[in-house]
Design a protein around this ligand. Structure first.
Ligand code: ADP
Length: 554
């Protein structure tokens, strides 16, 4: 970071002495050098103009008023252009009210009439430098006020194109420069093409290289060596390039160009750096916002695509699949021996396809609102045993230990048995699939007030606002591979599988949990997931408890 203020007291003040009498130059220079100042003296006012424009900035100009080739007042104007806070002392042998008036108008700090004592000179220089410090402070304060007012504009929009124009205009306004250029970096670094504030402005190769330097070195750089840009074909030589920063990194460069040296004024660089930092952060937010918008749009498109796949698959596969299943069953029943065995395998495969198609049909029905609730008394114990039954062979094959913790005596409640069965079978089959051989699976059920399984739980489906007092909670816990925290919500999306399980080692379609989530919502329930990678998972579903009697009283 460049320092924000130049502390005049930390370095010897730089003084420029201009007097066409060489002797006068020498005496003053020696006196002030002895006083500890850094002095440059010249008897040629035109050389002084060059020094004021191109050299390191001066703190004080001590100039004769009447010189053959240029007036000291003119020189004072050039010095002020470069630095409005520069201290100026005008020396003259022809003190007149008119001269004094003019020099005061030009902001001369002091007026020294020749001949003067050297002590008078020292005193005048001290006082003028003191006034300069106060003036500098005032200017800084004003610049800061202006800076705050200008930078407020940077928070008015998140639209990237609009914000780029605001950045360009705010920095133009603040610096008084004639052209500004913005190069917003992407993943490949700075672009070749700069965004400009007005049509007639063009960044030249020299200016582009300056922008690169500021970006690569992460430092503001100034240049006046060659034209950096053109404005309506007029070359602009003075340039200040400032890196834009966000989150500690450069994310672009701002280049300001002018045909006068005002950009090189002390304090200007610091102010533009502050604006650039603010602009860098605002632009970064706008870029992120637009990426978010694009990602959201892509997601919407993906969701539509998923719906279409589900819709087509569920519609087009159902009928031919029923035919395959029906005829295969018929032929199998008439066959014997090896042939019967092969046909059974065909049946098993087709049955698996049917399960997938059934999931798609269920999802489609929920989406279209065709899913109807069929409420009937459900015995909790029976429901869970029935769901586990079909998985007995798989449990045995994997040597899993399955434990049940169910309320005794069993509870009967009103719900949709078919939908509950789909929820449970999906959770149980996942527990088996994602638990290593010999692992443990616990199915728990309870009738209790609504509560989250534990403080780490991710709530997947929110219970409805007017929730019941009593809930039937069913959870399936496994000692399996677990799920990383950032995947907790995603695995409930349609077709989503955790990257590791994509190796297809365990099969699956990524539809099961989507169905669990949507069926639970249809039943007015809530879903939670507690899981850590490598430690196992608990999937919990809570459903509002409705006593069976309410079926008739409704
Ligand atoms: P499928 O099991 O057909 O892949 P699901 O929608 O049922 O689809 O599950 C989505 C993904 O969530 C799975 O592919 C797996 O990555 C992860 N997952 C589901 N249940 C578990 C579990 N009990 N343990 C670990 N990961 C699981």
């Amino acid at each position: 970071m460049p320092s924000l203020a130049i502390d005049a007291s930390s370095a010897a003040a730089r003084i420029l002495i201009v007097d066409d009498e060489q002797h006068m130059c020498d005496v003053c220079a020696r006196t002030l050098q002895r006083g500890g100042y850094s002095v440059v003296a010249t008897s040629d006012p035109h050389a002084a103009v060059g020094l004021l424009r191109d050299d390191l900035p001066f703190d004080l100009l001590l100039t004769d008023i009447k010189m053959p080739t240029m007036s000291g007042l003119e020189l004072a104007r050039v010095a002020r252009d470069r630095d409005p806070a520069i201290a100026i002392i005008i020396m003259t042998g022809f003190a007149s009210i008119e001269n004094m008036h003019q020099s005061v108008q030009r902001g001369a700090a002091d007026f020294l009439s020749k001949p003067f004592e050297l002590d008078q000179l020292r005193l005048a220089v001290d006082q003028a430098l003191h006034k300069r410090t106060i003036l500098q402070d005032n200017l800084r304060l004003r610049a800061l006020e202006q800076l705050i007012a200008n930078s407020e504009a940077l928070t008015t929009t998140l639209d990237l194109a609009a914000l780029q124009q605001i950045v360009l205009h705010v920095t133009l306004k603040h610096s008084g420069a004639r052209a500004s250029f913005l190069l917003l970096a992407d993943d490949d670094g700075l672009p070749q093409q700069a965004v400009v504030a007005s049509d007639g402005a063009a960044l030249l190769e020299h200016g582009y290289l300056l922008a690169r330097r500021a970006f690569d070195d992460q430092q503001p750089v100034t240049d006046a060596a060659a034209p950096n840009s053109l404005l309506h074909n007029q070359p602009l030589t003075y340039a200040l390039a400032v890196p834009l920063r966000a989150q500690g990194r450069s994310n672009g460069t701002l280049v300001l160009c002018d045909d006068r040296p005002g950009l090189l004024r002390p304090g200007m660089q610091e102010a533009i750096v502050l604006l650039a930092n603010h602009a860098g952060a605002a632009l970064r937010n706008a870029v992120l916002y637009s990426r978010l918008g694009e990602a959201y749009q892509r997601r919407q498109e993906l969701d539509t695509l998923k719906s279409e796949i589900i819709s087509i698959a569920s519609h087009e596969l159902r009928t031919p699949l029923s035919l395959v299943l029906g005829y295969t069953m018929m032929v199998r029943d008439q066959a014997s021996g090896e042939q019967r065995e092969y046909l059974q395998r065909v049946m098993d495969g087709a049955q698996r396809i049917k399960e997938i198609v059934d999931d798609m049909v269920s999802l489609r029905h929920i989406e279209t609102g065709e899913a109807k609730l069929t409420l009937q008394p459900v015995n909790l114990d029976e429901l869970i045993h029935h769901a586990l039954e079909s998985y007995q062979p798989a449990v045995r094959a994997r040597s899993h230990h399955v434990y049940l913790e169910l309320p005794q005596p069993s509870v009967v409640f009103l719900s949709d048995r078919e939908k509950l069965n789909v929820i449970l079978t999906n959770l149980v089959s996942n527990a088996i699939k994602f638990t290593p051989d010999g692992g443990q699976i616990v199915v728990r059920a309870a009738v209790q007030p609504l509560r989250s399984p534990n403080s780490d739980a991710t709530l997947i489906t929110h219970p409805p606002a007017l929730a019941a007092n009593t809930w039937v909670t069913i959870s399936v816990e496994d000692s399996g591979i677990g799920i990383p925290q950032h995947e907790h919500t995603r695995i409930f999306e349609r077709f989503y599988q955790v990257a590791d399980s994509l190796t297809r080692e365990r099969g699956g379609t990524g539809l099961g949990l989507a169905l669990v989530r949507e069926l639970a919502a249809t039943l007015g329930g809530a879903v939670w997931l507690v899981s850590r990678e490598g430690e196992g998972s608990v999937f919990a579903v809570a459903l509002p408890y409705q006593p069976p009697a309410s079926l008739h009283s409704d």
